[in-house]
Ligand binder design. Structure first.
Ligand SMILES: [Zn+2]
Ligand SMILES: [Zn+2]
Ligand SMILES: [Zn+2]
Ligand SMILES: [Zn+2]
Length: 258
């Protein structure tokens, strides 16, 4: 379910903003309290709030007598007291994002913001930042859209990791595909998740070699022997600290001077 709410208080209010000095306003205003405790007091004049406090440490309200709302952050205090209340409500709210499909559970709209969530039922799916989800792609059998993610190859997998695992697909394609580059180590690189997806030596912890799998497609071999990846920012080695990606494989040293 959607837990986040935007609180709205409208009415004839006194607004007192204190931060060393003290400003007082009176007017028929609308106050919005966002889920991150940002408080915005809007009047009819111009587009800017008449008073605000971003990401307050605390926002408390008292409904006995005149309705009051007090927001505090460090040395700042914002007090709103309603003399005559036109409305007070909590509205369920979600992040807004690009629509990318339809929720198979509730027919609500799926949108992409930091992750993907359903505006209807609030279901959330964590997706990598570089994943693309397009409405013209075929849906998964479960009804959810698929995402395209580049991790050595371009994978099309379900938005729901529980339905179709990106990790399993990358593992299937690249587990033990590459040799550990450590000179005195005969290990293979295994695909595993430690925070992000990494290619790490099978002899860990004796050998601590491990590289985050880049967001890109394998397109060749680096001068160091590891694969190179074509990424949004250019060709790079699996080892982000290696600068030999443009040399080509070990056999050819022609471009070594570039
Ligand atoms: Zn839904
Ligand atoms: Zn699925
Ligand atoms: Zn190793
Ligand atoms: Zn390299």
């Amino acid at each position: 379910m959607i837990d986040d709410a935007i609180r709205v208080l409208a009415g004839d209010c006194t607004v007192i903003a204190e931060n060393g000095d003290r400003e007082e306003y009176r007017g028929r205003v609308t106050t919005i309290v966002k889920p991150d405790n940002t408080v915005l007091v809007h009047d009819t004049d111009g587009y800017q709030p008449v008073a605000w406090l971003t990401r307050a440490d605390s926002v408390s309200s008292d409904r006995t007598g005149d309705f009051t709302l007090v927001a505090k952050k460090d040395t700042q205090t914002l007090r709103i007291a309603a003399h005559e209340q036109d409305g007070f409500a909590h509205y369920p709210s979600s992040a807004a994002g690009t629509p990318i499909g339809t929720c198979p559970d509730c027919d609500g709209t799926l949108v992409r913001s930091s992750g993907v969530h359903c505006v209807g039922c609030g279901d959330e799916y964590g997706v990598p930042a570089d994943a693309t989800v397009r409405e013209d792609q075929c849906d998964c059998d479960c009804g959810l859209p698929k995402m395209r993610v580049e991790r050595g190859l371009a994978f099309n997998v379900c938005l729901d990791r529980g339905c179709e695992s990106l990790d399993a697909a990358v593992k299937e394609a690249f587990d033990r595909e590459w040799d550990c580059p450590e000179p005195d180590c005969d290990g293979d690189l295994r695909i595993l998740r430690r925070g992000g997806l990494i290619a790490g030596c099978e002899h860990y912890p004796d050998c601590e070699i491990g590289f985050a799998v880049p967001a890109g497609v394998v397109d060749g071999e680096c001068g160091c022997g590891l694969p190179t990846f074509e990424t949004a920012s250019g060709i790079r080695c699996l080892d982000a600290t290696c600068d030999r990606a443009l040399e080509g494989p070990l056999e050819s040293d022609a471009a070594a001077d570039d």
